[in-house]
Design a binder for this molecule. Structure first.
Ligand code: PLP
Length: 368
């Protein structure tokens, strides 16, 4: 099998794999139980929280465990949290993940003003328009890195602009974690969403980071877990896997991944009518999105899948339906280009040999 779909999800990291094989079965206690069995897990979670907070450059106070990126994003964008923060206008971009865009649609129907910033053909958002739209009752919610084309937004600059006008900023950092340096304190963002299964942890765990937790109104009420900010019995095994996965992050190796991605792109550009989407912008080192020359990407994906080569036609979350990707449309691509584009997302486990095998198959498929 050749797996080139790491932006959809990652295999368990080395430490997480060991945990699954040797420790997971004993990890079923309730960490809120007061007896020794529960409190042992509570201690472990304390250690994991510290490792995770360290990985993000923040203190443990702002870390709230959730079920994943989607829950974190929806929690920040809940009506009563926004109302309590006195937010009236939300500024975002058409390149966001559906977790954000679908939520924004809902908020629009509920009376919030929603502004989507224009972007250029490489996926860079227009910061002049942002400047004009900001005020003290705005929340900006924006991706750090795009899941489909990998474009990286200048978050530090955006945060400074937002704070100068007295607004707040939430950053969907799901795709950036583990791929590029990420220090939330340095970025100075107010809120961030992160997901475990994109960095080698088990599914079902994510992070909601809140700089000033006292200002955050939680979505749910219940047993007081996560200091009341996210009640419900804590998913101890997944949280522990996240504590292990952050120890396996290796940003040095991402330089190697970037070399692999660049090699891949220079080789495929030798094939006729291939065009890289979002090429001329700061991008994640592992991601390549390209127009494959005219055949439907869904067909290519199925053919490749038969050979056990796994790639994506867009974001995995909407790949059940083969509508043109909203991200590629926002870049200005027509139906033919967006329905004919593939996303490849590498990891440190991929090799040059795998890339060569893939290019060979692709070449034949395109010729057919
Ligand atoms: N945000 C981005 C940029 C993503 O890529 C994803 C998942 O693909 C999400 C949010 C949702 O995260 P989760 O799958 O943890 O709900």
């Amino acid at each position: 099998m050749i797996y080139f779909d790491h932006n959809a999800t990652t295999p368990p990291s080395r430490k997480v794999r060991e945990f699954i094989q040797t420790g997971l079965v004993d990890y079923w206690a309730n960490p809120s139980s007061e007896h020794g069995f529960g409190s042992k897990l509570a201690d472990k979670i304390k250690e994991d929280r510290l490792l995770i907070a360290d990985s993000l450059g923040v203190s443990t106070k702002g870390i709230i465990f959730t079920s994943g990126g989607t829950e974190s994003i929806n929690s920040i964008l809940s009506v009563h949290n926004l109302e309590s923060l006195k937010i009236k206008k939300i500024i975002s971009s058409p390149l966001e993940h559906h977790a954000t865009l679908d939520r924004l649609n809902f908020l629009k129907k509920n009376g919030f003003e929603i502004v989507l910033l224009p972007n250029n053909e490489h996926g860079r958002v227009d910061l002049n328009v942002l400047e004009d739209q900001l005020n003290s009752s705005t929340l900006v919610t924006i991706l750090l890195a795009n899941n489909e084309i990998g474009t990286i937004n200048p978050i530090k600059k955006i945060t400074q602009m937002v704070h100068q006008k007295g607004g707040l900023i939430h950053v969907d950092s799901v795709q950036a974690w583990g791929k590029v340096p990420l220090n939330l304190e340095d970025l100075d963002v107010d809120f961030a969403s992160l997901s475990g299964h994109k960095i080698g942890a088990l599914k079902g765990v994510g992070i909601l980071y809140v700089k000033d937790v006292k200002s955050y109104l939680p979505l749910m009420h219940g047993g007081g877990q996560e200091r009341g900010y996210r009640p419900g019995t804590i998913n101890a095994a997944s949280v522990h896997s996240l504590g292990l996965a952050v120890q396996d992050i290796n940003l040095e190796k991402m330089h190697e991944v970037e070399k692999l991605r660049n090699y891949f792109e220079s080789e495929i550009q030798k094939l006729s009518s291939i065009k890289i989407n979002g090429f001329d912008s700061s991008r994640l080192p592992n991601t390549s999105n390209f127009f494959a020359g005219g055949r439907l990407s869904s067909e290519l994906m199925f053919e490749l899948s038969r050979k056990e080569i796994y790639v994506s036609t867009g974001s995995a979350c909407n790949s059940g339906s083969f509508k043109p990707s909203h991200v590629l449309k926002a870049l200005g691509l027509g139906d033919k280009e967006s329905k004919g584009s593939l996303r490849i997302s590498f990891s440190k486990d991929n090799t040059f040999d795998e890339v060569n095998v893939f290019i060979n198959f692709l070449q034949n498929l395109i010729k057919e």
